[in-house]
Write a protein that binds this ligand. Structure first.
Ligand code: MCN
Length: 794
C-alpha cells in the first residue's frame, strides 16, 4: 500500500487518547524500579571524588567485613576478564587514520578520569548496607591536574587523560571542499562572522537509570531489566564486545521507562557490572541511581564551541559557509558520542538553504568530565543553533528582516542534494514560514513592542527555520559514514484466531505513545478496532530483533517494518479468503476489514479469515501453511527530513534582565501524521527542553578541580510549566516520499528548532542597547550583564 492510500485510512490522523495512559495515570505502570527478583541483593557504586587522579591503592578488607556485604569488586577484579565499553561509530581523521579509541573500563583501572568515574561496586543485602560498606573502602589517590574546559583542551597543553591520546584529541574530521569554499569567500560582497557556545546539558529524565540483573544457574542464563531505549543493542554490545557471552544467553527487558531523551540509549558500566556480578555471586542484583549520580554519570549533551562564517553576494544570497567546531567528548567515548559532532551535526549545516559550498572542520577532545553523547536532537540542535543564529545575523548585517534573509535562500526544488552529504526528498519551507507568521501575528509585533516599552520592558522577536535528518537508519548511508552496526528495524504481526492482533516491535516507547500510534497503523490497515491491537516492545526474549528508539525513527522505520509485515499478512490472508470464496487470489480486494471478490457481492470479514488461518480443516495444506503471523525487517533508503519555522517573542525586564517567553509559535512539517494529539505533545515537550537550554539549563564544572558545580536541581535549573505561555502550534504536510507511511519524525523537532528562536529574540530585544552577541542560557544575570556591556561586545 502506498503512502497516499495509507493516509486516507480510518484512524490515521485521529487524535486518539493514549492507550498506555490508563496504566500510567492509575499507578499501574511497571518500571524497572518495580521489579523485585527473588534473593535480590543491592549494588552501590563507589565513585571518584576527583576529576583526574592515579589510584595508588584500594583497600576493601574492612568493607568486606561490614554487615550484609555479599561482594565487592574493583578494577583489579575485572581486569582481563571482560572488555571495555565499546564505541559504536568509527570516525577517521582527514589523512584516513582512525580516531583515538582509548579503553573505557567498566571499573577504573589505575586511574580515574572524571568526578563520578566508577571505582568499585559493592553488593550487599540492602542498599544501606552497600552504601555503608562503600564508605568503608579506603582509596588512596594521587591527584593529577585536570583538563576541564573545551577551550583548555583545544590548547593541547594539558596533561594527557589517556595514554592513547597524548594531546587529548580524539579526532579531527572535515566535510566539504576547503579550497572551493575559500575561493567562494574571495568573491563575497559581504562575510558575516559569529562565535558561539552551545552550552552543556544534563538530561535529567524523571526516572533515574536503574537495572536489575538476574542469573539462572540451571540454564547459565542472564536476565537484565534496565531503563533503556534499545534493549537489543544493549544486549548486542554487552555480549559481543564486553562479556564475550553468546547473545542468546542474555535476555534484556526494558519495561516501562520514565523518559530517556537519548541518555538511555547507551551501554553503561553499571549494566555490565551488574550482569557479570550476578553470576559471580549467584545472586540477583539491583541498582538504582540516586539523582546526584544521574547528574554526575548519565552521559551529558551538547558542549560545542564554534566559529562560523557566511559569504554572501550583495543581495544576501548565500555563497559559501565555513565552520570550525571544537566538541567535548568527556573522559571516555560513550556509545554514539563520536557520531554526534560529526555525522549528526555537520551534515545538517545546509539547513533549509541553497548554500552551494560548505566546509566544516570538527576537533573532538577528551576532557576530565562525564562522557558526552546524544541528547534529544543529538548534533542537529547544535547545527540548527549555529546556522539559525548565523542566518539571523547575516540578515541584520545586510539590512534584511529575519524572514527576508531566509526567504531569499530557501531551497525550493526537490529532491535537493546538499553540499554536506544529504539528499532532502521533499518539503515546503516557504509555506511553513508563512503559516508561522500568520499564527504568530507577526504584523502586530511593532504595536506589542511599543506596549512593552511603556511597561519598562524590551521586546524582541526571533526566527528559526530548522531541518533535521531523522528516521535514523539507512544502513547503507550510516555504514558508509562509520556506523559499526545496521540501523534497520524489525516488527512481527501476530494475528490471533479471534482476529485480535499482537505486534512485537524493535522500537521502544518511553513516553512517545507507540502503544497507541502503532496500534492505529495496524487497526487502519486491517480494518479492526484500535482496542484489538496490543503492542509489545522492550524485550529481547519476545521480539525478533530491534535497533531501538532514538533519532525520531520509530514511526518511520519501526512503523514501516510493521507495514511490511502487514503487507505479508494481507497477501496470505487474501489467499485464505480466495480459498474460502472459491476465487482466485488476484480477484480478492481487501478494504475496511473485509475481503471481497472483484465484480461480485461475495465478501467475508477479516475475523473469519483469521479464524480459518488457525482452523484449516479444508485447506490445501500443501500450498498454504496454517497461521497468520509475519515478521519483517525494514531498512529505508534515506532519512526523513522534518522541517519547520519557529517564531519566539520575548519580553525582558530592563531592571532585572529577567526574560519571559511571551509567545512561541511552531509550524512543522512531519509529513503524514498518525496521531495529532501525540505529535502535539511531542512538539510541546521538545520546545520546553529547547527553551530550557536557551533560558535556564547549564552544566558547569569548576575549571580547576573538575568538580561538577551544578550537581543538583538547586543549581541546575529545569524548566517548569509556569515558565511558558500556551504554544501556538500547527503543521503543514509534504509526505515523506520513501517510506510507506509518508511520515517524518517529530520527537526531537521542538528541541532542535527552539533555542535559536529564543536567542534571536533576546538579541532582537537587546539590539537597541548595542548588544550583538549572546550565549545561552539567557539567565537574568547574564542578560543584565549583557545590557550593561551593551555595544562593547564584538
Ligand atoms: N508520530 C505521528 N506522526 C508522525 C510522526 C510521529 O503520529 N508523522 C508519533 C509516533 O507514532 C510516536 C511519536 O509521534 O508515537 C514520536 O514518533 P517519532 O518522531 O518517530 O519519534 P520516536 O518515537 O522514535 O521517539 C524518539 C524521540 C527522541 S529521539 C527523543 S530524544 C525523545 C522523543 O522522542 N525522547 C522522549 N520524545 C520523548 N518523549 C518522552 N515523553 N520521553 C522521552 O524520553
Amino acid at each position: 500500500m502506498g503512502a497516499s492510500d495509507f493516509s486516507k485510512l480510518p484512524h490515521i490522523g485521529e487524535a486518539i487518547r493514549r492507550k498506555e495512559d490508563v496504566r500510567f495515570l492509575t499507578g499501574a505502570g511497571n518500571y524497572t524500579g518495580d521489579v523485585v527478583l527473588a534473593n535480590q541483593a543491592h549494588a552501590v557504586f563507589l565513585r571518584s571524588p576527583h576529576a583526574h587522579a592515579a589510584i595508588t591503592s584500594i583497600d576493601t578488607a574492612a568493607a568486606k567485613q561490614m554487615p550484609g556485604v555479599v561482594g565487592i569488586f574493583t578494577g583489579a577484579d575485572i581486569d582481563g576478564k571482560m572488555g571495555g565499553l565499546p564505541c559504536g561509530w568509527q570516525i577517521n581523521n582527514p589523512d584516513g587514520s582512525p580516531m583515538k579509541e582509548p579503553p573505557h573500563p567498566i571499573l577504573a583501572i589505575g586511574k580515574v578520569r572524571y568526578v563520578g568515574d566508577h571505582v568499585a561496586m559493592v553488593v550487599a543485602e540492602t542498599v544501606e548496607q552497600a552504601r555503608n560498606a562503600a564508605e568503608a573502602i579506603v582509596v588512596e589517590y594521587d591527584v593529577l591536574p585536570a583538563v576541564v574546559s573545551l577551550v583548555d583542551a583545544a590548547k593541547k597543553t594539558g596533561p594527557a587523560i589517556h595514554e592513547a591520546a597524548p594531546d587529548n584529541q580524539c579526532y579531527k574530521w572535515t566535510l566539504g571542499d576547503k579550497a572551493q569554499v575559500d575561493a567562494a569567500f574571495e568573491k563575497a560582497a559581504h562575510v558575516t562572522k559569529l562565535d558561539l557556545v552551545n552550552n552543556r546539558l544534563i538530561p535529567n529524565p524523571i526516572e533515574p537509570r536503574v537495572a536489575v540483573a538476574g542469573y539462572n544457574r540451571a540454564g547459565d542464563e542472564y536476565v537484565l531489566y534496565v531503563a533503556n531505549q534499545n534493549p537489543h543493542v544493549e544486549r548486542l554490545l554487552m555480549t559481543a564486545f564486553v562479556l564475550g557471552l553468546p547473545e542468546h544467553k542474555v535476555r534484556v527487558i526494558a519495561p516501562d521507562v520514565g523518559g530517556g531523551f537519548g541518555s538511555k540509549i547507551f551501554l553503561y558500566a553499571e549494566d555490565v557490572a551488574l550482569t557479570w556480578a550476578s553470576k559471580q555471586l549467584n545472586r540477583n542484583i539491583k541498582w538504582t541511581a540516586e539523582r546526584s549520580e544521574c547528574f554526575l554519570s548519565d552521559a551529558h549533551g551538547r558542549d560545542h564551541v564554534s566559529h562560523a562564517e557566511m559569504a554572501m553576494d550583495q543581495n544576501g544570497k548565500f555563497l559559501a559557509m565555513r565552520v570550525h567546531t571544537d566538541a567535548n567528548l568527556g573522559a571516555y567515548l560513550s556509545t554514539f558520542s563520536t557520531a554526534v559532532p560529526t555525522i549528526l551535526y555537520a551534515t545538517l549545516l545546509a539547513g533549509q538553504y541553497t548554500t552551494p559550498e560548505i566546509y566544516v572542520e570538527v576537533d573532538a577532545w577528551f576532557t576530565n568530565t562525564a562522557p558526552v553523547d546524544a541528547y534529544r536532537g543529538a548534533g542537529r540542535p547544535e547545527a540548527t543553533y549555529l546556522l539559525e543564529r548565523l542566518v539571523t545575523r547575516c540578515g541584520w548585517e545586510m539590512g534584511l528582516a529575519q524572514d527576508e534573509i531566509r526567504r531569499r535562500n530557501f531551497i525550493r526544488d526537490w529532491p535537493y542534494q546538499t553540499p554536506v552529504a544529504l539528499q532532502y526528498d521533499v518539503g515546503d519551507y516557504e509555506a511553513c514560514m508563512k503559516r508561522a507568521q500568520e499564527l504568530a501575528e507577526v504584523s502586530g509585533f511593532d504595536a506589542r513592542r511599543a506596549e512593552s516599552e511603556k511597561n519598562g520592558k524590551l521586546r524582541g522577536i526571533g526566527y528559526s527555520s530548522y531541518i533535521e535528518a531523522c528516521g535514523l537508519a539507512p544502513s547503507n548511508i550510516a555504514g558508509a559514514l562509520g556506523a559499526r552496526a545496521g540501523l534497520f528495524e524489525a516488527g512481527e504481526v501476530r494475528v490471533h484466531p479471534t482476529g485480535s492482533v499482537t505486534v512485537f516491535t524493535g522500537s521502544h516507547s518511553h513516553g512517545q505513545g507507540h502503544e497507541t500510534t502503532f496500534a492505529q497503523v495496524v487497526a487502519a490497515r486491517l480494518g479492526i478496532p484500535v482496542e484489538n491491537v496490543d503492542i509489545v516492545h522492550g524485550d529481547t526474549g519476545r521480539i525478533p530483533f530491534g535497533m531501538g528508539t532514538y533519532g525520531s525513527r520509530s514511526i518511520s522505520v519501526g512503523g514501516a517494518a510493521i507495514m511490511r509485515a502487514l503487507d505479508k499478512i494481507e497477501a496470505k490472508a487474501k489467499k485464505i479468503a480466495a480459498h474460502l470464496m472459491e476465487a482466485s487470489d488476484a480477484d480478492i480486494d481487501f478494504t475496511g476489514g473485509e475481503f471481497s471478490v472483484k465484480g461480485t457481492d461475495k465478501k467475508i470479514p477479516f475475523g473469519q479469515v483469521a479464524l480459518t488461518a488457525y482452523v484449516p480443516h479444508n485447506y490445501p495444506l500443501d500450498k498454504l501453511e496454517p497461521g497468520l503471523n509475519e515478521t519483517a525487517f525494514y531498512d529505508p533508503t534515506n532519512f526523513t527530513y522534518p522541517a519547520g519555522t519557529y517564531i519566539c517573542e520575548v519580553e525582558i525586564d530592563k531592571a532585572t534582565g529577567e526574560t519571559r517567553v511571551d509567545r512561541f509559535t511552531a509550524v512543522d512539517d512531519f509529513g503524514t501524521i498518525i496521531n495529532p494529539m501525540i505529535v502535539e505533545g511531542q512538539v510541546q515537550g521538545g520546545i520546553v527542553q529547547g527553551i530550557g537550554q536557551a533560558l535556564l539549563e547549564n552544566c558547569v564544572y569548576d575549571n580547576e578541580t573538575g568538580q561538577l558545580l551544578t550537581g543538583s536541581f538547586m543549581d541546575y535549573a529545569m524548566p517548569r510549566a509556569a515558565d511558558f505561555p500556551d504554544f501556538r502550534l500547527d503543521t503543514i504536510c509534504t509526505p515523506c516520499t520513501h517510506n510507506p507511511l509518508g511520515t517524518k519524525g517529530c520527537g526531537e523537532a521542538g528541541a532542535i528548532g527552539s533555542p535559536p528562536a529564543v536567542i534571536n529574540a533576546v538579541l532582537d530585544a537587546l539590539a537597541p542597547l548595542g548588544v550583538k552577541d549572546f550565549d545561552m542560557p539567557a539567565t537574568p544575570a547574564r542578560v543584565w550583564e549583557a545590557m550593561q556591556r551593551g555595544s562593547t561586545t564584538p
